[in-house]
Ligand binder design. Structure first.
Ligand SMILES: [Zn+2]
Length: 296
């Protein structure tokens, strides 16, 4: 990690003291645990802090606590996200002079951690006979379709809509053809007119996220048959013209583009991301492209 103490050790002539608090040497332990803003975040978290024990002066002790000694704490899995957002807040302050609120840092870490873990849960297995919806859709030989797009990213998309909710949710979960870590996104916005509107908006958002991430060959996978029909024959859906025009225009950004239907049972991850975003009480947007095991 590029703390000032580490940079100095690598021969860069910078000050070793902490640019955030002006105190001591900025070691990894200082930046992630002892610097006052970091301490505040840990103090607000549900990890038990006590003077000298946690956080302590030793980064090894602190990591040991997080990995092993706090095992009985619920949602222990959040700690890599807390570390990551403490580090991001430090960089925001240092490089952009942006102040971060420790409560907000903790909240976003907790949200990300929840989104991440819900996206890791395996979607329920495929039981076409027991699900009438997938019977009508079983004409599409899903796994073959997916295999045909071997060199494309596979981006699962879903919209989540409920008439009584303030927001609708959008979710996507993207798998790379070359084994890179999956990426994902979840966001919400004011509830649109219908579930179908939510599906279309989810696709548009996912497309723009893929364009932003410079992914040029993408097959979008949806469990909404009308979405597939709309994209293939937009003129038959005049009520959705504005949306479909946007899709037509954004399509140009891709070298290879397709929208393919899959059974709902295979869209579990995008579905969960969309649903979680829908039930939030505040507007949120998460786009995430790093695996949790790279954070520490
Ligand atoms: Zn400091």
């Amino acid at each position: 990690m590029a703390t000032t103490a580490n940079l100095r050790r690598r021969g860069l002539g910078c000050d070793i003291e902490c640019a955030i608090c002006g105190g001591e040497e900025e070691t990894i332990n200082h930046a992630l645990f002892l610097c006052p803003p970091a301490r505040q975040v840990w103090g607000l978290s549900h990890f038990p802090t006590s003077s000298g024990c946690f956080p302590s002066n030793s980064v090894y002790d602190n990591m040991d606590s997080l990995f092993w000694r706090f095992q009985d704490i619920p949602s222990i899995d959040v700690f890599p996200w807390i570390l990551w957002y403490i580090w991001k807040a430090r960089n925001d302050k240092l490089f952009s002079n942006l102040d971060s609120n420790p409560v907000a840092i903790l909240q976003i870490a907790e949200e990300e951690s929840k989104l991440w873990s819900s996206a890791q849960e395996e979607p329920p297995g495929t039981f076409p006979q027991s699900d009438p919806r997938s019977l009508s859709r079983s004409r599409v030989p899903t796994s073959n379709v997916v295999r045909e797009y071997g060199s494309s990213h596979r981006c699962f998309v879903d919209g989540s809509w409920k008439v009584t909710d303030q927001f609708m949710g959008r979710g996507w979960y993207c798998i790379s053809p070359d084994g890179e870590s999956p990426t994902m996104g979840a966001s919400n916005s004011r509830r649109s007119l219908s579930p179908l509107h939510a599906e279309v908006e989810a696709l548009i958002w996912a497309m723009r996220c893929m364009i932003g991430a410079e992914k040029e060959k993408v097959v979008f996978l949806t469990d909404c048959s009308n979405l597939v029909k709309m994209v293939s024959s937009p003129s038959e859906w005049p009520a959705f013209k504005t949306y479909l025009d946007a899709i037509e225009e954004d399509k140009e950004e891709f070298i290879s583009f397709a929208v393919v239907q899959i059974p709902r049972s295979q869209n579990g991850r995008a579905h969960k991301l969309a649903r979680r975003a829908r039930v939030e009480s505040l507007p949120i947007t998460y786009v995430n492209n790093f695996p949790s095991n790279r954070l520490v």
